[in-house]
Design a protein around this ligand. Sequence first.
Ligand SMILES: NC(=O)c1ccc[n+]([C@@H]2O[C@H](COP(=O)([O-])OP(=O)(O)OC[C@H]3O[C@@H](n4cnc5c(N)ncnc54)[C@H](OP(=O)(O)O)[C@@H]3O)[C@@H](O)[C@H]2O)c1
Length: 248
Amino acid sequence: MIRALILGGTADASLLAAAIARAGIDAVYSYGGRTRAPADQPLPTRIGGFGGASGLADTIRREGFTHVIDATHPFAAEMSRNAVEACTQTGTPLIALERAPWEKTQGDNWIGVSDVDAAVAALPESPANVFLAIGRQHIAPFAAKPQHAYTLRFVDPPVAPLPFAADVIVSRGPFTLDGELEMIRARKIAWIVARNSGGDGARAKIDAARTLGLPVIMIARPELPERPRVESVAEIMQWLDHSTRLGA
Ligand SMILES: NC(=O)c1ccc[n+]([C@@H]2O[C@H](COP(=O)([O-])OP(=O)(O)OC[C@H]3O[C@@H](n4cnc5c(N)ncnc54)[C@H](OP(=O)(O)O)[C@@H]3O)[C@@H](O)[C@H]2O)c1
């Protein structure tokens, strides 16, 4: 019998939870606890860290999980590394549900960088209006370039003071091209800093930047250990179905 653990926190993870619930498969959905009011899931839900790879391995053993699906955000590297290690330790099948990164197309003006510090360095020295389309836990290094006027966008209003003065938009998305064009024009944004998340929910700002000819400092995804990876919920369902047939 299958008992699956979904490491969630993304729109794809919610779609997967719905499909798993519809199929009547025993599963638990896990949130990292970053957003204050996470979306309800049609599965039993737990919230918060496991305590590293060993904590996750303990949870897998204690709660009898037979399969782990890593449907976290492509930049949730710590969780994904812990999942590989815990599943290796416990001999539990693991698969990742991860959308493909965005590819640069004609008209894109991307400056590719490997991490947040490199993104700070890639910003100009002269003052500019900058939209930081990255999570709140990654903004602190931009305090090193205080000459810019930053716009930030978060799912929840900030509770702690920000590391620098900024204009904050609170919105959960998904965002439309028209909405992003309006926001960028209204704030006279000249630079966008984004992570290469992939998928449709977050891509409108990239399309808007192309439309307006704006530079995007694009942070590449972190390197992760090798693991089976698919891009669709249907492939995860096939994987689970295949395991059932094999009696795994
Ligand atoms: N939807 C989006 O656009 C979006 C964007 C960014 C992040 N997220 C989501 O937010 C969560 C946290 O991201 P992050 O950047 O903080 O990741 P991270 O740096 O890889 O994770 C840090 C720690 O948070 C805990 N954690 C993360 N995801 C978890 C999960 N699904 N269930 C239980 N514990 C989890 C783990 O703690 P322990 O080591 O104690 O187990 C992990 O080591 C992820 O679930 C991710 O998918 C969503």
